[in-house]
Design a protein around this ligand. Structure first.
Ligand code: ADP
Ligand code: MG
Length: 345
């Protein structure tokens, strides 16, 4: 087995399994995460994301399987002997310590000298745009600022890998979206491998280099955001990472994303590369910038089409309810669904 140094992944997981009694929380997963990647584990609640992360961190011992960090088997090492740090949703800052002391804490444990500690803490605080906040106490910060402190604390000792478990889950939508951009920027600046857990598909799609979609303790698909979104391999993924728009034809199942579907104008004849389905608009949702049409197809089933409101008024789009329409999309916009688990590999 010859392997180049740069081909060694930061994290290599093989046949990783965790059982709690009869519950299989994580079911034989395999995963390679490259150095510097922003890698996201996406899936519904209870699908095994946190358990996987805790095994990588060392807080849980695998029932079976192995975890390597940069080529070293760490499966049985305690958390403090692994080159990883974890950021949790409840960021657990020490309330009696100043922000700077919170950030320095890990360095103090490692007996880093005082001057070097202060310098690196201030550097980490600058990285999360909190310079000047070092002397405050956590109670004097907003939720978003506290989360930044937690992040500074996690990157101050330059771990190889940072594990983040729904770190933005406690923030409101607007702040969460700002922090998504921030986190991505920080990750690119420090060059640390991020393993990010979320149940929020939009969060996964905006931030990640690659996404692993979890379902019932297994990984159903791994790939870049666009690949997972545009070519979901299962009906579960089609529905979880977007809207489940599934149609059957010639004994196969396909999915097509709502924004790829157009409503054809009367009399317009599409060319040969276009699929056309007829149906009745069952419902219309006007969402400001876009409109969502729920269309019951003549041959059974239902599709959603999403169109931009470029010229249309809300009155015009809402009047479509109950009308007969033709839906159209390019054939190459369809993705085949592979329901057979063996085929999925
Ligand atoms: P997620 O983070 O995707 O929501 P978890 O990894 O927390 O999922 O949980 C996966 C499954 O394992 C769930 O069914 C959960 O109830 C179960 N589980 C997690 N931790 C424990 C535990 N300590 N004891 C028993 N069951 C657990
Ligand atoms: Mg979890």
């Amino acid at each position: 087995m010859t392997q180049q140094a740069e081909a060694v992944p930061d994290i290599r997981i093989r046949a990783l399994t965790k059982r709690y009694g009869d519950v299989v929380a994580v079911d034989e997963i395999d995963l390679d995460i490259a150095p510097g990647e922003f890698f996201t584990m996406l899936g519904p609640s209870g699908s095994g994301k946190t358990t996987t992360l805790r095994m990588i961190a060392g807080f849980e011992v695998p029932t079976e399987g192995t975890i390597e960090l940069a080529g070293d088997d760490v499966s049985r090492l305690p958390p403090y002997d692994r080159p990883v740090n974890t950021v949790f949703q409840d960021y657990a800052l020490f309330p009696h310590m100043t922000v700077r002391h919170n950030v320095e804490y890990g360095l103090r444990v490692k007996k880093v000298r005082k001057a070097a500690r202060a310098e690196r803490a201030d550097e980490a605080l600058a990285m999360v745009q909190l310079e000047g906040y070092g002397d405050r106490k956590p109670a004097q910060l907003s939720g978003g600022q506290r989360q930044r402190v937690a992040l500074a604390r996690a990157i101050v000792n330059r771990p190889k890998v940072l594990l983040l478990d729904e770190p933005l889950g406690a923030l409101d939508l607007k702040l969460r979206q700002e922090m998504q951009i921030e986190l991505k920027r920080i990750q690119q600046e420090v060059g640390i491998t991020f393993v990010y857990v979320t149940h929020d598909q939009e969060e996964a799609l905006t931030m990640s280099d690659r996404i692993a979609v979890f379902n019932s303790g297994r990984i159903e698909q791994v790939g870049p955001p666009a690949a997972v979104y545009e070519h979901p391999r299962s009906e579960f993924i089609a529905g979880f990472v977007g809207v489940s728009n599934v149609i059957e034809r010639d004994g196969r199942r396909y999915t097509v994303r709502p924004e790829k579907i157009q409503l054809l104008a009367d009399g317009f004849e599409p060319d040969a590369g276009t699929r056309v389905e007829e149906g009745i608009v069952r419902d219309v949702q006007y969402v400001g910038a876009v409109t969502r049409y729920h269309v019951t197809l003549d041959r059974g089933g239902e599709l959603q089409a999403l169109t931009q409101n470029l010229e249309e008024t809300s009155g015009e789009v809402l009047a479509m309810k109950g009308r007969r329409v033709r839906l159209a999309w390019r054939r190459e916009q369809e993705a085949v669904i592979v329901e057979n688990k063996e085929e999925m590999g």
